[in-house]
Design a protein around this ligand. Structure first.
Ligand SMILES: Nc1ncnc2c1ncn2[C@@H]1O[C@H](COP(=O)(O)OP(=O)(O)OP(=O)(O)O)[C@@H](O)[C@H]1O
Ligand SMILES: [Mg+2]
Length: 344
């Protein structure tokens, strides 16, 4: 007699730079959000695969038609390849936790909560639904900061500020599913800092050969706002000779492009909270996402909060799985009625 198959719950954080999955069988994985197809027959012969995903795709990018399914907080819907890229990425993530046509778990037994930037939630919902068809049975699409809040059990009188690569997402939690007014998305985040930093370095050192990948690496090591701790340098070829470049001021200026808009949005959302709850929210601000690691950022936000009575900003350690763990927790808790059935 066949036993009834068990349902696998998963939480997926679909991010611009990396995507994570947490599953109820205890498995967890994170991959870079890149999908690439060999450009021609030679590339196919060298790579011996029809599609590459994650770090593998980035490392072999010269041989690939490389796609990043999300940009500036939105799923790209332009070409067929972009649509296929989202499907490949989602399929890959689910495959990692054991879901496949011939694997341990069949797609028809999977319930998935997918966290996306708040902007994508507004404009790309139908598209994401289509992308998930045939890949999972039941789906719930939520905003990324909400998934983070749920995972941290920070559901009441808190504000989540998730600074990712494509977007900075804000969400005020009032003890229920957040509404449109409780959330904001800015496209000033990791990627825009990288672009700005690259431009500033190129302006100051026109002879140096610098790429956005190098600049991102420097940022991830030395990012800061406010006072520098010391000199920041990066090494890049100048006329082919590896040369040390001082980039302290450029780093500060690029990272600080985030400050004004973040503070403005934070204060604006706060001002919309019912007056008697504002103080509690001010003292419960949670920073997450890779961009939240910028040195001195929590302190700078706290300084800005002084003009409205002061507050507390905490950074959440281990941002990698906070979103997907939250999605998983939500998946486990959600009653049948909250799910959307995706009959193929
Ligand atoms: N120490 C650091 N300082 C500054 N930025 C960092 C640091 N570490 C990582 N980042 C940046 O954080 C971003 C990635 O963060 P995260 O993984 O939260 O993004 P994401 O979830 O993929 O993007 P999004 O939420 O916008 O879809 C990248 O821009 C990365 O360069
Ligand atoms: Mg994210």
């Amino acid at each position: 007699m066949a036993s009834t198959p068990e349902i696998l719950h998963v939480g997926i954080d679909l991010g611009t730079s990396r995507s994570a999955i947490s599953a109820s069988n205890g498995e967890k994985f994170v991959v870079d959000s890149f999908v690439g197809w060999p450009v021609d027959m030679v590339a196919k012969k060298v790579l011996k695969r029809t599609v590459l995903i994650g770090h593998d795709a980035v490392a072999n990018r010269t041989m690939l038609d490389l796609h990043r399914p999300l940009e500036r907080g939105l799923l790209k819907e332009g070409s067929e390849k972009d649509v296929e890229a989202v499907r490949e990425l989602l399929r890959h993530l689910l495959g990692l936790v054991g879901v496949s046509t011939n694997g341990k778990v069949d797609a028809s037994n999977v319930r998935a909560v997918v966290g996306v930037p708040a902007a994508a939630l507004r404009t790309n919902k139908q598209y994401l639904r289509n992308a998930m068809k045939g890949i999972v049975d039941s789906l719930m699409i939520v905003s990324e900061p909400f998934a983070v809040a749920y995972g941290l059990d920070a559901l009441l009188n808190t504000m989540i500020i998730d600074i990712g690569a494509g977007t900075s997402d804000f969400c005020v939690m009032k003890g229920r599913y957040p509404t449109e007014e409780d959330q904001r998305t800015l496209t000033i985040a990791g990627d825009s800092i990288d672009a700005h930093l690259l431009k500033l370095i190129e302006e100051r050192y026109p002879q140096a050969n610098v790429t956005v990948y190098m600049v991102r690496e420097w940022k991830e090591k030395f990012s800061f706002v406010g006072e520098p701790k010391g000199r920041v340098t990066g090494t890049a070829p100048v006329h082919g000779v590896p040369t040390e470049l001082d980039i302290t001021n450029e780093m500060k200026a690029a990272c600080e492009t985030l400050l004004g808009p973040t503070i403005e949005t934070m204060l604006d959302l706060l001002s919309r909270v019912e007056p008697e709850f504002q103080e509690r929210v001010r003292n419960n601000i949670i920073l997450s996402g890779g961009g939240g690691l910028i040195r001195n950022l929590p302190q700078s936000l706290e300084t800005a909060l002084k003009q409205v009575g002061g507050g507390r900003v905490r950074y959440m350690e281990d941002p990698v799985f906070t979103g997907s763990d939250g999605g998983l927790a939500l998946a486990m808790d959600a009653p049948d009625t909250d799910w959307e059935k995706l009959s193929a």
